[in-house]
Ligand binder design. Sequence first.
Ligand code: FES
Length: 145
Amino acid sequence: MADNFEPRIIAFVCNYCTYAGADLAGTSRLKYPANVRIVRLPCTGRISPLFLLKALQKGADGILVSGCHPGDCHFISGNYHARRRWSIFRTLLDFLGIPKERIWFSWVSASEGRKFADLITEFTENIKQLGPFTQYDKLIKEMSE
Ligand code: FES
C-alpha cells in the first residue's frame, strides 16, 4: 500500500461515554492519528446500520462504533440494542462482501481517554494496511444486477 495513504475514518460515538473519552484524550494531550471524524449521537442505540453503509458510500475507509460499556448506558439498554444490531449487521456485511475488518465496535468510557487514543491509533494502522475502500459502488452494482 502507498505509504502516503491517509484513511478516512468515521467514528459514530455516544455522547455520554466515548465522546467524553475522546474529549479526555484531547484535554490530556494524548496523541492519536488525525484521520478520524467523530459523529456524536445520543446513544449507540441510535446508530442505524444505514449510517454505516452511507459513510462507506460517501468514501469512508473505516468505521468505528463506540459507546458506553455494557451496564453503563445512559439510556439503560441502548448499547445492548446496538450490540444485537451489530451482530446481525455483521452477517449483512458478509452478504454484501464488505470486509468486517473495516468496521470495529468498541466500548470506551468517559474515563478512558488513553483507551480511545490507543483504539484510534490501532484502527488507523489496520485500515492503512487494508488500503482505500473502493469496492462500495462495485458491490452495490453487482447487488442490483
Ligand atoms: Fe452511551 Fe447509550 S448512552 S451507549
